[in-house]
Design a binder for this molecule. Structure first.
Ligand code: PLP
Length: 826
């Protein structure tokens, strides 16, 4: 009753809880208006679209909070094992549609807003992408967070609250320009600041030995610099709101916001320096993907979020269970790549120095708690840190790493490994100026190490971790990546979702494996026509975006041939561009052939310091400009480079693709997840036997996927033989012709791309010359299939029907069972 709110005692006794919220459109309309009025201070007559977005978000958020508190209470009551997913990146994108969809509120919100003449589809677009990641690794973490909530795993994401996420890309005169990204500019209604949840993080200083009477001597780290990590929590809602998990991101803050002494003595700038220095740790996401960014600030970021997360995990455990010996029964900590690998040493420090545990017990607990996911075998991406930098910044952790190393080397010696192999497993690389190898540290501190596709896991055993695998043969296992079908089918492709529901019922929404029911409809002409009509509508929408952004008009009836992902030499956008140039030449010289109309679509960002990748973007834009302006190929070939690839653009592109380009040099793409998103939405794949493509082939069937090129083994052999590309190029008139057009200035002044082209004549490291002929031929086979809409449509339906295994729900259930020993609800 109202009265019970009056006196403190009454409140305590009655413990009133808010009434459960109603989810009909009338109730939502009323609440949205209340938020607009009392949380934002606007009335419907003067509200801007941004205000409606915020009001709607807050109304939806209230419903999530109800589920969130209930999930947390359930976790605490059951004491079930929790999974902490440590990741330097979470590439989330927008959250509103995800939340509305998972809560089943799509229709009700649409109706509620229409009462105010507001269109949900328009205001949704104003939400900024949370772009706290670079690409596949960060997007995987985001899919995993959603799938943990959807499959009932008590999951906690831990990461960094970057003020500036992944940079905004503009293309000026055909070249990439990087601009700061400002997602927090209008505040972030999804996050809750937890000022009370703050931990001190140290850097530098000294380690001293403390000897107290009657106690064993112990090491104490006295950092020279101390800053605060403050938690910001975002609720992550699972399918049907069954569980809401927490993504906890750390923000850096100075212990003292201002040095008053300095300020009072007139040093107004100096008084703020310390605060700025502290805050700089969480200001910017490093934009390097599959490449080591070896700056000191990066190591600070890694330690900052690792230490804060572990302190939080330990605090929680002690509060609930009182005793750290049970930590491995109650917590699993997954290291997403080596970025949080310093956690292994920091956990040892916390257990030994702070919680007075003995070495052996601490080491045993550490290994049981941690597991590590490897994401790349590329040497340029494997993290190592100079020992002297490590020692200066983290002196105690460095001591611990030496001690771990000594123990591992003892175990290796005892097991009979020879000297060369022991040097290879050492945590310290003595070869290139003494560096700490983070992969080795993560490996030895974990009970399970996983690769992200079957092929990648096998290569891991043979290459980077060959010797550690020999020493600990039971540790490496495979967990093929997946993507969440809620975001990557239901939300991004509502027309397909409606069609599938009409055809086989809604059961696939709860259990994606049921989508297999579509397989039988692949040969049903009526269904196929509807399926391809959905595709056409999605292509029309993308064509409109292309027209609006680039003033290029493309025909939605042409084949949309798409390669969107980070720009990287191993991903071989260059191969695709060369094929476009070759096609351009061939169309002009052979007008008698029935060429099939194509639109080649590219998008992706290059790391700012990656010169060759930036050249590839420049070339794509140069080629696009010339081809699109040439009337002789007008209806047959267009080339488009869409700037600023991000999750929201991906959500528009994936449903609109006919052909998905997954053409990395075999053995170099760990898994890929873009490949999965395309195929689920009915695109056919042209790809190499790389990463998860190999398993997609098994699931989709060889009639429905177009595989070409050298295998990983053949690539390794060719590289070992040092076979360059010259001979191949000189024997291939089509390839040679295309390279000559690029060199001789058809698309730019001559010589602009001589570096890229010389590389092909030289060692052809990425096997572009070596794979060109097979790629070209496979593209022509695809032309033939495209000419036959029945054949193409049948394959497209099979793709959607057979991709369920690549749901991240499946990945998460495997992790929960084989690595985390954690419960799943389903
Ligand atoms: N970037 C974004 C925005 C994505 O959505 C994805 C995956 O779909 C990726 C990068 C990774 O793409 P790929 O697996 O093709 O490298």
């Amino acid at each position: 009753s109202e009265a019970s709110f009056e006196g403190v005692d009454d409140v305590a006794m009655a413990a009133p809880k808010p009434a459960p919220r109603r989810n009909d459109s009338a109730a939502l309309a009323k609440e949205i208006a209340e938020k607009l009025t009392y949380a934002i201070g606007k009335d419907p007559a003067t509200a801007r679209r941004h205000d409606w977005l915020e009001a709607t978000t807050l109304a939806v958020r209230d419903r999530i909070v109800d589920h969130w508190l209930a999930s947390n209470a359930r976790n605490n009551a059951s004491g079930a094992k929790r999974v902490c997913y440590l990741s330097m990146e979470f590439l989330i994108g927008r959250l509103l549609r995800d939340a509305i969809n998972n809560l089943g509120l799509s229709e009700a919100i649409r109706d509620a807003l229409s009462a105010y003449d507001v269109e949900i589809d328009l205001i949704e677009l104003l939400e900024p992408d949370a772009a706290l990641g670079n690409g596949g690794l960060g997007r995987l973490a985001a899919c995993f967070m959603e799938s943990m909530a959807s499959t009932g795993v008590p999951g906690f994401g831990y990461g960094i609250r970057y003020v500036h996420g992944f940079f905004r890309q503009e293309v000026v005169d055909g070249q990439q320009v990087e601009l700061p990204e400002t997602w927090l500019e209008h505040g972030n209604p999804w996050e809750f600041e937890r000022r009370e949840r703050a931990f001190e993080i140290g850097f530098g200083g000294k380690v001293t030995m403390i000897e107290e009477a009657g106690k064993p001597p112990r090491q104490v780290w006295r950092p020279a610099e101390r800053i605060l990590a403050v938690a910001y929590d975002t609720p992550i809602v699972g399918w049907r709101g069954a569980r809401v998990n927490t993504l906890r991101l750390w923000s850096a803050r100075a212990l003292d916001p201002i040095l008053l002494d300095a300020f009072n003595s007139g040093d107004h700038i100096g008084a703020l320096l310390e605060a700025n220095r502290a805050q700089s740790i969480t200001q910017v996401l490093y934009p390097a993907d599959s490449h080591l960014a070896g700056q000191e600030l990066r190591l600070r970021q890694e330690f900052f979020f690792s230490s804060a997360s572990l302190q939080d995990i330990i605090r929680h455990h002690l509060k609930r269970h009182g005793d750290l010996t049970t930590l491995p029964d109650k917590v699993a900590i997954q290291l997403n790549d080596t970025h949080p690998a310093v956690s292994v040493a920091e956990m040892m420090r916390l257990l030994i120095d702070v919680h007075a545990m003995g070495w052996d017990q601490a080491w045993d607990i550490t290994k049981k708690v941690f597991s590590y996911t490897n994401h790349t075998l590329l040497p340029e991406a494997l993290e190592t840190w100079p020992v002297n930098l490590f020692e200066r910044l983290l002196p105690r952790q460095m001591q611990i790493i030496y001690a771990i190393n000594a123990q591992i080397i003892r175990e290796a010696t005892q097991s009979g490994l020879d000297g060369g192999k022991i040097a290879a497993i050492s945590l310290i690389d003595e070869g290139s100026g003494r560096r700490v190898r983070m992969g080795q540290l993560a490996f030895v501190g974990s009970h399970a190490i996983n690769g992200v596709s079957a092929l990648h896991t096998e290569l891991m055993k043979k290459t980077v971790f060959h010797n550690l695998h020999e020493l600990y043969p039971e540790r490496i296992q495979n967990k093929t990546n997946g993507v969440t079908p809620r975001r990557w089918i239901m939300e991004c492709n509502p027309d397909l979702t409606a069609l599938v529901t009409e055809a086989i019922g809604p059961g696939f929404k709860d259990d994606i494996t049921k989508i297999k029911g579509l397989d039988a409809l692949a040969t049903d002409a009526g269904f196929r026509d509807k399926f391809m009509a959905v595709k056409l509508r999605n292509k029309q929408r993308l064509a409109k975006t292309i027209e609006e952004r680039l003033a290029i008009s493309v025909d939605p009836h042409a084949m949309f041939d798409v390669q969107v992902k980070r720009i990287h030499e191993y991903k071989r956008q260059f191969l695709n561009i060369i094929e476009a140039v070759a096609l351009y030449d061939q169309i002009r010289s052979h007008p008698e052939i029935a060429w099939q109309p194509r639109v080649k679509i590219f998008a992706g960002k290059a790391a700012p310091s990656y010169a060759n990748a930036k050249q590839i973007i420049h070339l794509a834009n140069d080629v696009a400009r010339v081809i699109n302006a040439d009337p002789s190929v007008q209806n047959l070939l267009k080339v488009v480079f869409l700037p600023n690839y991000n999750v929201s653009l991906a959500e528009q592109i994936m449903p609109a693709a006919d052909l998905s380009e997954q053409i990395s040099t075999a053995g170099l793409e760990a898994s890929g997840t873009g490949n999965m998103k395309f195929a689920m939405n009915g695109a056919l794949t042209i790809g190499t036997l790389d990463g998860a493509n190999v398993e997609m082939l098994e699931h989709i069937g060889e009639d429905n996927i177009f595989i070409f090129g050298l295998t990983a083994e053949q690539v390794a052999a060719r590289r070992a033989n040092g076979q360059g590309g010259r001979e191949i190029i000189e024997n291939s008139p089509i390839l040679k012709g295309a390279l000559d057009s690029i060199s001789h200035g058809v698309f730019s002044e001559p010589g602009r791309y001589s570096n890229l082209i010389d590389n092909l004549y030289g060692n052809d490291w990425w096997m572009i010359a070596a794979d060109f002929e097979a790629y070209w031929q496979t593209q022509r086979r695809l032309d033939t299939v495209w000419q036959d809409p029945t054949a193409w449509g049948t394959k497209a339906v099979h793709n959607t029907a057979r991709m369920a295994w690549f749901s991240s729900d499946r990945s998460i259930r495997e992790y929960a069972k084989d690595i985390w020993s954690a419960p799943t609800g389903a």
